[in-house]
Design a protein around this ligand. Structure first.
Ligand code: XIL
Length: 373
């Protein structure tokens, strides 16, 4: 009798273990209650062409960012012509899956068409004209998704590496107040939407000081800035846990929540720590592409270690964290395969080229478990 019971129990146990093995923990469940775990999605995922990717996104993540679909060049390619096809599908995907939907971005120096800064003769426009164009763009795009996009990267990358304002066309033509205006108009278009300032390499002290000063200026101008986004395009050996924790804590001390908006962990040589200047191009060179056939086990382990270290810091500081978003679903999707050198193999994400979870994925899940103990 006892024996039989034991057999039934052990069969049940084996069955439930088998189910658990088929459906391992998910990122969004592992970090539930701490912060959203998001992913940037590409055109194939937005349109449904990547059905396997879509299923994985829906299962693993509770927030999405548009890798390109909401950038100026896509939604507003010509004066007077808006193209919302992809953006509409992007928002519908997020709604269908009950996700926290991010808008990226409204004002940036990249992926903005040349016409924005020129008149019909190709001459640079005046401050008034550019302000008017910026206002119309923000009111139209934010207004269209009012109440549906929860969080907007209003201005992206306004700072130079030394923490001073980047000498962009926006700054050159409008002047410093382009920032306050952009946030005012985004807020007017959707008063409920969370307003973010987003930039890269905020682990670098001078740049971080610039971001904090910028947030304070926005606050002084009455802007309800809610979040500072650190892109976190990091590397295997950078930042350390201490550097990342200092970054999160100092940014939060400006009175905003912190989001990690574009996390990926570069495994290749060549790029300065944290840099993500998309206009940077470098020549191809086999020395800059050491793992064309996949990561050696030791590097795979280093990748897992860095991801775990970062998620450990975010979890420890969960009180000030709103979201952690990875910049792409699988290694095949990553922008890093073509930036700043074309045609490299940069296996920098949590899922491999066959949509399978990598050691880094399991390390991130495990990190959440450790904190609960
Ligand atoms: C990148 C995209 O991933 C690429 O597909 C595109 O060609 C260039 O832009 N910082 C940002 C993101 O804010 O929008 C950039 O995304 C990466 C750097």
């Amino acid at each position: 009798m006892l024996n039989r019971r034991f057999m039934i129990l052990s069969t049940l146990l084996a069955a439930s273990l088998a189910v658990a093995a088929q459906s391992p923990a998910t990122l969004k469940d592992a970090y539930k209650g701490a912060f959203h775990v998001g992913v940037a999605i590409n055109f194939a995922q937005i349109t449904g062409a990547d059905a396997v990717g879509d299923a994985l996104i829906a299962r693993q993540f509770d927030s999405i960012s548009p890798e390109n679909a909401l950038k100026w060049v896509i939604v507003h390619p010509r004066q007077g012509t808006y193209s919302f096809d992809l953006a509409d599908k992007y928002v519908a995907f997020g709604e269908k899956n009950h996700m926290f939907i991010v808008g990226h971005n409204l004002v940036w120096h990249n992926q903005v068409p040349a016409w924005v800064f020129q008149d019909e003769q190709g001459k640079q426009v005046t401050r008034e004209v550019l302000l008017q164009r910026m206002h119309e763009h923000i009111a139209t795009v934010v207004g269209r998704y009012k109440g549906r996009i929860q969080s907007w990267d209003v201005v992206n990358e306004a700072l130079a590496d030394d923490g001073t304002l980047r000498k962009s066309k926006w700054l050159e033509i409008i002047g410093e107040d382009y920032l306050v205006k952009a946030y005012q108009w985004a807020h007017e278009a959707d008063p409920q939407a969370e307003l973010n300032y987003n930039d890269y390499a905020l682990e670098v002290p001078a740049k971080r000081a610039g971001a904090i000063a910028l947030i304070k200026k926005l606050q002084a101008a009455g802007i309800p800035i809610a979040v500072v986004g650190n892109q976190a395009h990091v590397r295997l050996d950078w930042p350390s846990a201490e550097q990342e924790e200092r970054t999160v804590k100092e940014l939060a001390s400006a009175g905003v929540k912190v989001a990690i908006t574009e996390l990926d962990v570069d495994v290749l040589p060549g790029v300065a720590p944290g840099s993500a200047e998309v206009s940077l191009h470098m020549a191809q060179d086999p020395k800059l592409n050491p793992y064309p056939n996949g990561l050696p086990e030791a590097v795979q382990k280093d990748l897992a270690r860095e991801y775990a270290l970062l998620f450990g810091v975010y979890l420890k500081n969960r009180a000030v964290m709103s979201r952690v978003t990875v910049w792409g679903l699988t290694d095949a999707d990553s922008w890093r395969n073509n930036w700043p050198v074309e045609g490299r193999t940069d296996d920098c994400l949590l899922f491999d080229r066959n949509d399978q979870p990598k050691p880094a994925f399991f390390a991130v899940i495990e990190e959440a478990g450790k904190a609960q103990k």
